[in-house]
Design a protein around this ligand. Structure first.
Ligand SMILES: Cc1cc2nc3c(=O)[nH]c(=O)nc-3n(C[C@H](O)[C@H](O)[C@H](O)COP(=O)(O)OP(=O)(O)OC[C@H]3O[C@@H](n4cnc5c(N)ncnc54)[C@H](O)[C@@H]3O)c2cc1C
Length: 491
């Protein structure tokens, strides 16, 4: 009988350290690694060549690190089931080892097909959690405690050496041209495990000192924020390693400013998993409003009879709305692939409240722009900033106030909008006062409906954060539950 052969399927976990499937593969007589570049991903409306370029860079680095340990890394282009079948035929794969993934609809469907294939082929598929997201979660109560337990657990054993199949020549890694993609409009920053650790260490060694003071202004956030999001999204570093390195710096540092900054950062690591958990628990939140009571509010939500206003959407996407702070943010995002939290929230709030756009189309556009696109965070935030969760405080960001608070001298706007202040700059595309008055009236009215209140209570029960990890006490208030889950004020 042939020796058991393990295939480590790398997905959003392109690293060697703290990699449970890889550690497990050391127990096998024979092991191989696989990165799949799936046409379903390339064709998906969230995917952009910048994501592919970042992934390929990370894969090149991973292949070198794995080769040093004797594990060949195959890079195959194709849908999962036919590629797995070919590898089973070629190498006699008996075990498939991977991390769990909380991805968009296409990856969920693919996982079902892979599970089915494994069952029919007698291949054992083992999956490990790599974040705080819990599969088949029954209740949100106690979630924060489980998150802390996972993050404080020992990392996966270090990998030393493999007995890979002998004489396997490395296949070339395709580039985006081979994949039929156009060149990325944004050249992404370098990827890979070493870059991720370097970024983390730079932040913990000093950059983090200014974190809380500087994260809101687009002038300072670029250097004051950790800039780990793309590394976390592609898994070139594990959430557990980031959490533990932060906790040990916090324990050891005498620097009070640094400790203050890092405490704020540490809590956001939990938010990362908190938002992903929502998509894990309710996969359709990437398509439909969490609160069905607001269906029909905006064109494009699947219920409203009118089509999306393409002229408004286009102006927003191109950064020519006539609102300088909004346009400058959009230009920065398009040019760099990154924007800080507050300015992301302002862009979405503007699309939702000023322009009256439903979040799905703007969300797809932003997903392609954000190098760190993480579906669970992204779609939850899109809904939250558009007022369609039913449970969060309605946040309407005033672009003028953001400019006053975070770019008082106009330096940022001048940097990203060369035409700002000249007659080439357009007039505001909508009248702020009229637009906000209308939508606020509609939304507050909808939220007062008894059905909306009942629905909000159910949504809070399923998705809301719990301060203590204990079940929430029954509310005596007649107001619907409103939860403030992430920073921001009016905003
Ligand atoms: C509409 C919208 C869409 C977003 N889409 C994404 C996305 O696709 N991917 C993504 O990683 N973040 C997303 N965010 C959250 C946040 O803006 C980014 O995580 C952050 O700006 C990334 O920069 P950083 O790594 O320097 O963050 P830091 O401020 O240094 O935070 C460290 C890490 O904590 C997590 N984090 C920080 N803020 C949040 C938050 N509010 N919610 C959840 N996790 C958080 C991220 O993993 C981040 O990398 C979105 C926010 C909004 C408003």
């Amino acid at each position: 009988m042939a020796a058991p052969t393990a295939l480590v399927w790398f997905k959003r976990d392109l690293r060697v350290r703290d990699h449970a499937p890889l550690a497990q593969a050391q127990q096998f007589e024979c092991a191989l690694g696989l990165v799949l570049i799936e046409p379903s991903w390339l064709r998906s409306p969230e995917c952009d060549p910048r994501h592919v370029a970042f992934l390929l860079d990370a894969v090149a680095a991973l292949r070198v690190d794995l080769a040093a340990r004797g594990l060949p890394l195959l890079v195959r282009v194709g849908e999962a089931v036919p590629v797995l079948q070919a590898l089973r035929d070629e190498f006699g794969v008996t075990h498939l080892l991977s991390h769990e993934e909380t991805g968009p609809g296409w990856s969920y469907t693919r996982d079902l097909a892979v599970a089915d294939w494994c069952r029919h082929q007698g291949v054992v598929w083992r999956e490990w959690a790599q974040t705080g997201v819990v599969r088949r979660l029954r209740s949100r109560s106690g979630w924060a405690g489980r998150w802390a337990q996972r993050m404080n657990a020992l990392e996966a054993p270090r990998v030393r050496g493999f007995k890979g199949p002998a004489g396997l020549a490395p296949e070339p890694i395709p580039d985006w041209g081979d994949l039929g993609l156009s060149a990325p409009a944004v050249q992404p920053p370098p990827a890979g495990e070493w870059v991720a650790w370097d970024t983390l260490q730079g932040f913990l060694a000093g950059r983090g000192r200014d974190y809380r003071r500087a994260l809101s202004s687009p002038l300072t956030a670029e250097t004051a924020c950790s800039r780990l999001s793309a590394h976390l999204a592609f898994g070139t570093i594990s959430m557990r390693c980031v959490h533990q390195a932060t906790a040990s710096t916090l324990l050891g540092t005498p620097d009070r400013d640094l400790a203050y900054g890092l405490r704020g950062f540490a809590s956001r690591l939990r938010w990362h998993c908190h938002f992903m958990q929502k998509l894990e628990d309710q996969p359709d939140l990437e398509w439909r409003n969490l609160a069905r009571s607001v269906d029909g509010l905006r064109p494009g939500d699947g219920v409203h009879p009118d089509p999306v206003n393409q002229a408004l959407l286009q102006a927003w996407c191109e950064g020519r709305t006539g609102y300088p702070m909004v346009d400058a943010c959009m230009r920065q995002l398009r040019a760099t692939g990154w924007l800080n939290f507050r300015m992301r929230a302002m862009l979405v709030s503007f699309a939702a409240y000023h322009l009256g756009l439903h979040w799905r189309e703007p969300g797809l556009f932003l997903a392609r722009q954000f190098l760190d696109f993480e579906p669970g965070i992204h779609w939850s935030q899109m809904q939250m900033q558009s007022g369609t969760t039913g449970i969060n405080t309605l946040r309407i960001y005033s672009p003028a106030k953001q400019a006053l608070d975070h770019d008082p001298q106009g330096q940022y706007r001048r940097q990203w909008l060369p035409e700002y202040g000249s007659c080439a700059y357009p007039e505001p595309i909508v009248d702020e006062r009229t637009a906000l008055a209308r939508i606020k009236l509609q939304l507050y009215g909808l939220r007062q409906q008894p059905e909306a209140r009942a629905e909000a209570a159910a949504i809070q029960q399923q998705h809301g954060s719990r301060k203590s990890g204990l079940p929430p006490s029954p509310s005596r208030s007649r107001r619907p539950p409103v939860v403030d889950e992430a920073q921001g004020s009016l905003f």
